[in-house]
Design a protein around this ligand. Sequence first.
Ligand code: ASN
Ligand code: ZN
Ligand code: CA
Length: 333
Amino acid sequence: SYEAIETGIGNTMFSGQVTLGTSGSAGSYTLTDAARGGHKTYDLKGGSSGTGTLFTNSTDTWGNGLASNRETAAADAHYGAAMTWDFYKAELGRNGIAGDGKAAYSRVHYGNAYVNAFWDDSCFCMTYGDGYGNNSPLTAIDVAGHEMSHGLTAATANLRYSGESGGLNEATSDIFGTSVEFFANNASDVGDYLIGEEIDINGDGTPLRYMDKPSKDGASADSWSKTVGRLDVHYSSGPANHFFYLLSEGSGAKTINGVSYNSPTVNNVTVTGIGRTKAYKIWYKALSTYMTSSTSYSGARAATLSAATDLYGANSAEYAAVANAWKGINVTK
Ligand code: ASN
Ligand code: ZN
Ligand code: CA
């Protein structure tokens, strides 16, 4: 049966009131984003398998901004998926995660007090827990962009999820997750180089990760060393997150959208940023054209230099900035 493309209202937890892509007609709507490949958002109701139940209501207004309303997490997840889709299309020239216009789907209310979110390539879907105690659902926009971008990586370089390639896989998700947050430019959740600052997973108001100085989380590496690949992938991502910050914003102190950063470099290398738009275009071109499942930090350097050459030329300021940003995190060849 024919289902019209509709625009609903989402009262989210992290992004205020937003418009959502929905489907249906008067009296019966679903969280089916017909304008974005038909992306659907489901309620797992505490379950941990299957798709659960498609969110359906009669008003096309979803959630009330509070976690106690089960549509609220759905509104956040649906919005995050939509902004990621739009970012891929507008900024990367990519039609969906796999580049074929096919939507993924989202599942919220996974398990009991589950404090994580994840992408699963076998279902081509992402899943969000509700968090524990005072935590909120893990449905903030940078988390959504992060998880969906695991699908993007799987569909492109397919970076193996261990060693240095695993760190690059994780960093790719942080790079695009942050880029989606900036792209959405939502007044309730402005862009920053912090990951998970809205979900308070640590319970003390600190974010999960810091791209300007990854070691601020107490575990991530700021720069490359020959043992970095031994770290958990969420910590060996640090040098590549730091590279992206340096390439975008440059070294030293800076305040962006009210957040202060201070990005140190190895040997005090000075990096002049080229802006995040050029930086994510270079990273995406490198990921989708030059990186493979076994790409290391050294390989990522070569891949981004090739991408910068393709996009801006070998004699460009952008090429020089890429080389300098790698130098700033101790990758010189
Ligand atoms: N949220 C985590 C991530 O995307 C889940 C995991 O570690 N697999 O990396
Ligand atoms: Zn991840
Ligand atoms: Ca963030």
